[in-house]
Design a binder for this molecule. Structure first.
Ligand code: DHB
Ligand code: FE
Length: 279
């Protein structure tokens, strides 16, 4: 039986791709961010997962405002990266796991989640940069199942719904007869706002409470509606929904193996957590 061996949650910011391209990992600005990944890479080297379910939000590369699924699951043989207009180098394509993708789609639709299945899908910085932080040689020793949650065009799915989606992903992986070791990788957040009067907004107390809640009280953030999440975390800070879905997939109890929090990376409060299910 397939099993989820861990959850990794991290911020994603296009500037990370620029820093990687320029080799700025040890630069004083970037070092507190990049150094945070060392223990996670160590854990990956020890646990050697087969498959990564990547929960992320597309920013206009694969889905634009004219066609915006609330939840989309990739079921492609591979996923290409393409130029997003940020000037960051593209990364090699990712191998898919179509059979597991279709199993997830069948199970989730069977549980009344209305999803879009994508047999052709380009993946943007929210997918590629966290993968490049986990495997800097970009040789991708895993295959992937992309799960995309809309956070760019209203109306957004609620925190409670994203948590429930994560729980359903957990059940779907557990019911897959293969023996894959699966990691769930959730990317986005933490607090940031890129536009409007509050551009540059960051809320450290909220971010820290949210990170704590994922360990001790994972449904804590489901008390907030979308408007309240935007108030607390910023318009783009709602990307923390990816963290919530990831946490939902891990079951009731988790152990926190690692955490990093650093302000700012570009306009973003960057967070990183490594959680292991303790079920
Ligand atoms: C930034 C953060 C994001 O999450 C994103 O998708 C794009 C830009 C930033 O802080 O610059
Ligand atoms: Fe983003």
């Amino acid at each position: 039986m397939a099993r989820i061996i861990g959850g990794i949650t991290t911020s994603h910011v296009p500037a990370i791709g620029g820093a990687i391209a320029k080799g700025l990992q040890q630069d004083p600005y970037w070092r507190p961010f990049f150094d945070g990944f060392t223990p996670v890479r160590q854990w990956l080297a020890e646990t050697r997962p087969d498959t990564v379910v990547v929960v992320y939000n597309d920013h206009g590369l694969n889905f634009f405002l004219d066609q915006m699924p609330t939840f989309a699951v990739g079921a492609a043989p591979s996923y290409r990266n393409a130029d997003e207009g940020w000037g960051i180098p593209q990364v090699p394509a990712f191998s898919g796991h179509s059979a597991l993708s279709w199993h997830l789609i069948e199970q989730l639709v069977g549980e009344d989640f209305d999803l879009t299945s994508c047999q052709d899908m380009a993946v943007d910085h929210a997918f590629t940069l966290p993968m490049a932080l986990l495997w800097p040689d970009q040789k991708w020793p895993v295959n992937v199942v992309p799960v995309c949650i809309n956070t760019v065009q209203a109306p957004l799915p609620s925190a409670a719904r994203c948590y429930a989606l994560g729980q359903a992903i957990g059940r779907a992986v557990a019911s897959w007869p293969g023996d894959e070791k699966v990691v769930v990788l959730g990317t986005g957040g933490l607090s940031h706002q890129l536009d409007g009067e509050r551009a540059g907004f960051i809320n450290k107390p909220f971010d820290l409470q949210f990170m704590d809640s994922l360990v001790t009280n994972p449904r804590w953030a489901t008390q907030f509606n979308t408007r309240q999440l935007v108030e607390q975390a910023g318009t783009q800070g709602v990307e923390l929904l990816m963290w919530l879905a990831t946490r939902g997939a891990l079951g009731e109890q988790v152990a926190e193996l690692h955490r990093n929090y650093h302000i700012p990376i570009s306009n973003t409060a960057s967070g990183l957590m490594l959680l292991e299910p303790r079920g």
